[in-house]
Design a protein around this ligand. Sequence first.
Ligand code: ATP
Length: 217
Amino acid sequence: MSTSVSDPLGIFGGTFDPIHIGHLRLAEEAREHLDLSEVLWVPAGQPPHRGGPTVSAGHRLALVRAATAGHPAFRVDPAEVESDQPSYTVLTLERLRGLHGAQRPLVLLLGADAFAGLPGWHRWQEIFSLAHIAVAHRPGFPIAAASLPPVLAEIFAQRRVDDPADLAQAPAGAVVTFAMTQLAVSATQIRQLLANGKSTRYLLPEAVIAYIHQHQL
Ligand code: ATP
């Protein structure tokens, strides 16, 4: 295997409606565990895989900015929010590959539920030639081959690597899993709490709670 030209860059996309501690711990534990130099947060504009989010893309972007502002290795990429195109991960990865060159290891971060849904994504098989994939364990979503769609289970078996250090040795193509602190929190749950006037304290960063109240989201 060739030596890497630079450190792996983590890429973390999502609707983030709103961003919560599950997202933040995923990114932080991926950064440490996979030795990522940075994590690029990419909030989706118009998510093609789900019903429309309840909050505008501009607010979701602002919430991601507020939540990640204090972290020196977190950066926010507004391109999907600012684009008129649908938010397809493969397009974002093509753009980032163009920006970072052919050799930079790119690591797409996914929760286990998102990984299991990959075969429904636009041009999904091309993602493996653009980036590595790192899959975080998430309560309720086993990563075992038996619980994945067969076509994905096969690719997982072929591409799986056990040592995160392997990600630095190639620009793309490997799949690694990692065990993050298990947090059974979801944006759906947060939206329900907010709708019912219940507390979201300690599930969301203080800055996110303040923004939600300030803008009455
Ligand atoms: P929703 O409940 O609205 O579907 P969500 O909480 O799953 O939202 P998304 O913005 O859809 O959040 O997820 C972005 C990424 O974060 C996905 O890859 C998802 O798997 C991952 N993720 C979200 N919450 C967790 C969690 N608690 N543990 C691990 N991964 C998570």
